[in-house]
Write a protein of this length. Structure first.
Length: 333
């Protein structure tokens, strides 16, 4: 299928720091039909200060500081060898989000198809300039931002060396789970003025309606968090899809892609079979003698549609019949 929506199953930190869980998630995402599975790559010491506190949705087990929470979910760099190997074995692409300079350099060595820029780094101009200078395919999430900030980030990436065609901008609401009245899905369309049709969504609602709607609105990339089990301990599990819903979402998006079709309005193959049966032809409303004038009194329209189309009704009126017709005979001219 040409230009199909790229679906990213966001594992994020839902592996809970376990390579075993990460491997399971890769296999689930591949089985569900995702194009990519995405992780989050960071070094806690490079990402947060000692005193940065957790947000409301991150609170668990009396953990107060982000550094303590993040350390629980930080993958070992050696784990990525097995992760990428498993991705290759299961025919699913590997992606990860870099949250700091050290992690970015590490990910670049792994040569992923895209570099994902998280919402929290959208205003990190020094970081954006480093990423932009690599001229890679980029995915830019825009949670917590104003449109003017998105434009600035985009400008910095392009000015630093990235082709604008290599950047896809994702509408994102950074709340977990996102309330439906805060999704602002039409913001995707506002991104057209920045970068044409290269837009999509990173969705954090608890359902699958938003990604499906995004596909219908022309999203090029759709990213959605998933988990092995929503009851697992961790900040993102409750706002993530379980495997069953992930599979349903992806299947629905693929159905939408097929249903979108083209701008060319014409009967489908199935309709062509029905066209003759349900359309009408001009027929004799009463018995008509040869030489009689066709009028509104002796003409009508009835199925099937394999005779003269009612489109030509006005042109037939006033002409002389060249033969005798019985009631319901199709008119032949």
């Amino acid at each position: 299928m040409k230009n199909k929506v790229i679906i990213i199953a966001e594992a994020g930190i839902n592996h809970n720091g376990s390579l075993k869980n990460a491997i399971k998630m890769i296999k689930v995402a591949a089985k569900c039909g995702a194009d990519y599975i995405k992780f989050q790559t960071y070094e806690t010491e490079e990402l947060v200060t000692q005193n940065a506190k957790v947000s409301k949705y991150q609170k668990q087990d009396n953990i107060i500081y982000q550094k303590d929470l993040l350390k629980l979910y930080e993958l070992n760099k050696n784990d990525y060898v097995k992760i990428i190997q498993t991705c290759n074995e299961n025919n699913i692409g590997f992606l990860s989000t870099a949250f700091d300079d050290v992690s970015l350099n590490f990910l670049l060595k792994l040569k992923p198809k895209f570099i994902k820029i998280p919402s929290g780094e959208l205003n990190n101009i020094p970081f954006l300039r480093i990423i932009g200078s690599k001229n890679k395919k980029l995915i830019l999430s825009t949670g917590m931002s104003y449109l003017k900030e998105v434009k600035l980030a985009f400008k910095e990436l392009v000015k630093s060396g990235t082709s604008k065609n290599n950047i896809t901008i994702l509408q994102c609401t950074s709340d977990y789970p996102t309330k439906y009245n805060e999704v602002n899905l039409n913001t995707m369309l506002a991104f057209k003025e920045i970068n044409g049709s290269n837009y999509g969504i990173s969705d954090h609602t608890s359902g699958i309606e938003i990604p499906i709607a995004a596909a219908a609105l022309g999203a090029k990339i759709i990213e959605k968090h998933f988990t092995l089990d929503k009851s697992m301990q961790g900040p993102d599990h409750k706002a993530s899809l379980d495997p069953e819903l992930l599979n349903k979402m992806i299947s629905s998006i693929r159905n939408i892609e097929v249903a979108m079709g083209t701008h060319n309005k014409r009967p489908s193959k199935s309709e062509l079979r029905n066209r003759i049966l349900v359309r009408k032809s001009l027929v004799a409303k009463t018995n008509i003698k040869k030489g009689e004038i066709f009028t509104k009194i002796n003409l009508t329209q009835k199925r099937p549609g394999n005779g003269i189309s009612p489109i030509y009704y006005e042109k037939i009126l006033g002409k002389k019949s060249k033969k005798n017709y019985k009631k319901d005979d199709q008119i032949k001219i």
